[in-house]
Design a protein around this ligand. Structure first.
Ligand SMILES: C[S@@+](CC[C@H](N)C(=O)[O-])C[C@H]1O[C@@H](n2cnc3c(N)ncnc32)[C@H](O)[C@@H]1O
Length: 277
């Protein structure tokens, strides 16, 4: 299956237009606090995979003593991150890497190993296609130390892009897209950025993580209300926190999983998928 769009180029445009910063000017505070807690528990060598222009990496460098390798396929995003966090690049606390997981693995020495990898706000869903998402997760697992953890968030198909899901059906039938894939656009007055996204259901998300040798610790809502609202409005954040306590997980806007490298999982010992517990 050939790629449906040039994700690196599209994200270059998305960041350069400043539309991304306008929509998502800061991290989701509840997701950020989960990452901070993992670092404060001692997981100090962190991989921020699909870091964008540093929405999570920048506050993590300020709020913790983590060392961060920040990797993104978008050259523009890595450029913005490097400028924004120049002092940390200089001291070596931040190492930016431009490329996908195959570039990352060549840039890293295995002995360095990470304690924690984060893929925040749908990074996995922007990787086309399922085999490449699996390969990416497997590569990240291979870079984690024993007991290392991963925090991943993905969009919930039951809450997102209904029109685009219907429009994608004929491309799925023709074999150009996989079930759950959509194409969508982000527009300003000046540009239209064409995007690809894979939307998840909960069981598929859990299965994809477990299949790559991770033991699930926690699956919860990333948010219930749209991310672009809660990152801009304190009352919406308050309301979202309240909704998270009463809404079933299947109504989440996005899912967030914390998982750990399962002990003694080799290529021939893939655990069977299922719900956490
Ligand atoms: C929705 S943005 C999230 C950015 C950041 N994590 C945040 O929360 O603001 C998705 C990011 O994933 C990056 N990305 C997509 N496919 C990638 C791949 N195969 N390897 C590395 N980064 C990728 C994009 O360039 C983009 O910066």
């Amino acid at each position: 299956m050939s790629p449906v769009c040039d994700i690196a180029r599209n994200y270059d445009q998305y960041f350069a237009s400043q539309l991304y910063d306008q929509r998502y000017p800061r991290p989701n505070p509840s997701s950020l606090s989960i990452v901070v807690r993992e670092i404060q528990e001692g997981r100090k060598r962190v991989l921020d995979f699909g870091c964008g222009n540093g929405r999570y990496a920048a506050p993590l460098l300020e709020q913790t003593d983590a060392m961060i390798v920040a990797c993104d396929i978008s050259r523009g995003a890595i450029g913005e991150l490097s400028a924004r966090c120049a002092k940390h690049v200089e001291t070596g606390r931040l190492q930016p890497v431009c490329g996908d997981s195959s570039v990352l693995i060549n840039a890293m020495s295995r002995s360095e190993g990470f304690d924690l990898a984060i893929l925040m706000f749908g990074v996995l869903g922007h990787i086309f296609s399922q085999p490449l998402r699996q390969k990416t997760l497997a590569t990240i697992r291979s870079l984690l130390r024993p007991g290392g953890r991963i925090i991943v968030t993905v969009p919930n198909a039951a809450r997102r892009f209904f029109k685009q899901q219907a429009m994608a059906q004929h491309l799925v039938r023709k074999g150009h897209l996989e079930p759950g894939d959509i194409l969508y656009e982000r527009k300003t007055d000046h540009i239209t950025v064409k995007m690809y996204y894979h939307l998840y259901n909960l069981e598929e998300f859990i299965q994809e993580i477990k299949q790559q040798g991770f033991r699930l610790i926690q699956v919860r809502a990333e948010s219930v209300l749209p991310e672009s609202g809660i990152v801009k409005s304190a009352p919406l954040r308050w309301f979202d926190r309240m909704l998270m306590t009463i809404m079933p997980l299947r109504y989440a806007y996005g899912f967030l999983a914390v998982a750990e490298v399962a002990p003694e999982v080799g290529q021939n010992q893939i655990p069977s998928p299922g719900l956490p517990g």
